[in-house]
Design a binder for this molecule. Structure first.
Ligand code: ADP
Length: 364
């Protein structure tokens, strides 16, 4: 049975059911019909309606042969019709399956735009729809992978080109070495360093290799520390950075450094994408969790971009040209870090109005 195709199996199972049905019918009818016939004849004789004693054997033989030929015909005609019907039915069931198999093969060979058509059989239709959802997401992953390659190349090429240019000019004696020049070179290497660091963090976070030390953490000192680290960067008045955290906030079960890392990413982004207005850090309890939000009055995120915001290397097109500093990895790392601490992160945003990134952590 191991090598039989599905259609052969369906056909065989139909035929088996038919053979058992017909066989039972023939055997039982064959055993019982002549007896009933004889019984009926005896009843008729007892009532004196007919005297068939002499013709009895002849009648029984005649009945038997008539019965045999009619049951032979019914088995032949019934069997052929049922067999043909079963063949047609199994073909109808297996034909969409072989079509699905062809589509998956094409998909596997790289034709990522292939999709399953609507199917008549609900279960197969549901399977086809799930395949289509998976195909769409894989197609997205593939196109993002290509984007990532070109992004990475771009990110690497820019600082490398700048550095090579300076170094060549220094070597030729066309440029005099100066502290400013070396500082520019240092900045370019820092850019490369940040990129490789972010990539490493992300791959560790995604593979689950980032060590997370869960302990009781007081959020107020953590948030104050984050405020202090950003205060130095805020030269002028805009945007203002505000902390709104109740002093009696219960401790959460989290990793201090990782939570701080997430806050640095969220506040850093909020400040980067906010020209005027304010960036607020809020915290409140909502048992069994504590929420922390970073709210800004910045450029906001378009509704069609929101679903992708936590995906790695994703950057809104406009910000990419405006701010070349980001790598598009920060939010992907933040989400993973929050999930590793049994929390949840979400975003609400309106274009030109501002964004609100908030995450929760479980209370101790
Ligand atoms: P990046 O290092 O590029 O900032 P992130 O993963 O932290 O990477 O952010 C991804 C993208 O999300 C950013 O490039 C930006 O387009 C958008 N973004 C993140 N935070 C904000 C914000 N507060 N306001 C507007 N856009 C934001």
């Amino acid at each position: 049975m191991a090598k039989f195709t599905l259609s052969t199996r369906l056909l065989l199972s139909h035929l088996l059911v038919m053979v058992v049905g017909l066989g039972t019918f023939v055997i039982i009818a064959k055993l019982s019909s002549p007896r009933f016939f004889v019984l009926r004849l005896e009843q008729l004789e007892q009532r004196g309606l007919v005297t068939v004693r002499s013709a009895r054997t002849y009648l029984i033989d005649g009945f038997e042969s008539a019965w045999n030929s009619s049951s032979l015909w019914s088995v032949v005609i019934g069997g052929t019709t049922a067999g043909a019907l079963s063949l047609w039915l199994s073909h109808r069931i297996t034909q969409p399956l072989s079509e699905m198999s062809k589509i998956t093969q094409k998909f596997a060979s790289g034709q990522l735009q292939e999709r399953m058509p609507a199917m008549e059989i609900p279960e197969l239709n549901a399977l086809g729809q799930s395949f289509n959802r998976m195909a769409k997401s894989l197609e997205g992953v593939e196109s993002r992978r290509r984007e990532l390659m070109s992004d990475l190349t771009h990110e690497l090429r820019t600082p490398l080109t700048v550095m090579r240019g300076y170094l060549e000019e220094l070597a030729d004696g066309r440029l005099d070495p100066s502290p400013e020049l070396y500082l520019r070179l240092v900045r370019e290497t820092q850019r490369l360093e940040r990129l490789t660091h972010d990539l490493q963090e992300l791959s560790k976070a995604e593979a689950g290799y980032l060590p997370i030390h869960l302990e009781s953490v007081d959020l107020l000192p953590l948030l104050q520390g984050v405020m202090e680290r950003f205060q130095d960067q805020l030269m002028d008045d805009d945007p203002v950075l505000i902390l709104d955290c109740p002093p009696d906030l219960p401790p959460v079960c989290a990793d201090f450094d990782r939570t701080e890392q997430v806050m640095m990413n969220l506040v850093g982004n909020a400040l980067r994408y906010t020209e005027v207005g304010k960036v607020q850090i809020l915290a409140w309890r909502s048992p069994p969790v504590v929420w922390i939000a970073v709210v800004d009055t910045g450029i906001g995120i378009a509704p069609e971009d929101l679903p992708y915001i936590f995906e790695r290397f994703w950057r809104a097109e406009r910000s990419r040209s405006l701010h070349s500093g980001g790598t598009g990895i920060g939010l992907a790392i933040s989400r993973r870090l929050i999930e590793l601490q049994n929390g949840h992160i979400e975003v609400k945003s309106e274009l030109h109005q501002g964004s609100r990134f908030q995450f929760c952590l479980p209370m101790v």
